[in-house]
Design a protein around this ligand. Sequence first.
Ligand code: AMP
Length: 190
Amino acid sequence: MRLILFGPPGAGKGTQANKITENYVAAHISTGDMLRAAVKNGTELGTLAKSFMDKGELVPDDVIIGIIQDRIKEEDARKGFMLDGFPRTIAQAEALNDMLSDANESIDVVVSIEVNDKEIVGRILERAKIEGREDDTEDVVKNRLSVYRDQTEPLKSYYQGLNILAEVDGMGTIDEVFERIKLVLNKVEL
Ligand code: AMP
């Protein structure tokens, strides 16, 4: 199965992503995790990415697309993968489509976790306390949300147009949300 896990920052994507990979065969590909690893290792990519991440801005499309292009060719992604945090712009989504259709493949489903704004800011600030992520300060969070609304949310209509968008209510407990995701994924697996 090839799926995209979609939703605003703080929607619980990371938590649900772990549960999905435990229960379904799919390599977990998180561009945020890959970039944070690059920052930690002090690579050239890391230095470039950090300047955008610290402000809550998106890393340029060509950089991210290059990373994904290499990653989905790796062995563990052959049978299926779950993209977490990618695509975030229409240009990224179109590039992904092209990469996959070159190999006669496509995305099976886009699971969009729906959470309201008030809940999101609260959740992210809570996460900031626990994980100490540098991009979880209030100003940066607000910018990430506005970047999401402007550049990423339009992808929902894009995938709706391809008939593969599944919206899931992200309010409730982790297990309640996961049960809703399972209903969607079990249908796709049939
Ligand atoms: P995340 O952990 O997915 O919230 O990503 C953290 C940060 O990494 C984002 O705020 C962006 O600066 C950057 N980033 C992650 N994925 C992407 C992407 N697909 N396109 C552009 N920037 C990204």
